[in-house]
Design a protein around this ligand. Structure first.
Ligand code: HEM
Length: 101
């Protein structure tokens, strides 16, 4: 999970439309939380005990296109690692977007 989060955030930080949002963020902490969240959303046993992500992102002026761009980074990282099959993809995408915006 750590490696996947690392790869996702590497892609996110290479994208100038996304990277500037993380200018003031403690990335170690963020990446730990993202790893927990991934474990939670992909059906792992971990409960999400953090703040609801729609509340976290609320007020950051993140539009639908940016969420899709972020999701593309997740998709690329997972596909590179052979974690995400096409079957899983639609389901995971839906669950992500239902909870993070
Ligand atoms: C599928 C999409 C996304 C997921 C799964 C996700 C997940 C997360 C998680 C788990 C956190 C940590 C929550 C916490 O600190 O309690 C977080 C924080 C954050 N997210 Fe997202 N996120 C997504 C999309 C985005 C997008 C598109 C942006 C901006 C373009 C963004 C910007 C941020 C920022 C700036 C923070 C850190 C806030 C701080 O500094 O405390 N996120 N996100």
């Amino acid at each position: 999970m750590k490696v996947i989060v690392h790869n996702v955030m590497e892609l996110v930080m290479q994208d100038p439309n996304l990277s500037h949002y993380f200018h003031y963020t403690d990335m170690d902490l963020h990446n730990k939380r993202l790893a927990h969240y991934f474990a939670h959303i992909t059906g792992g046993s971990e409960e999400w005990i953090g703040k609801p992500l729609n509340e976290v992102h609320c007020g950051m002026f993140i539009d639908h296109a940016l969420f899709e761009q972020f999701f593309e980074c997740i998709r690329s990282a997972l596909t590179n690692k052979d974690v995400l099959t096409e079957d899983l993809h639609a389901d995971v995408h839906k669950r992500f977007l239902e909870t993070v915006r």
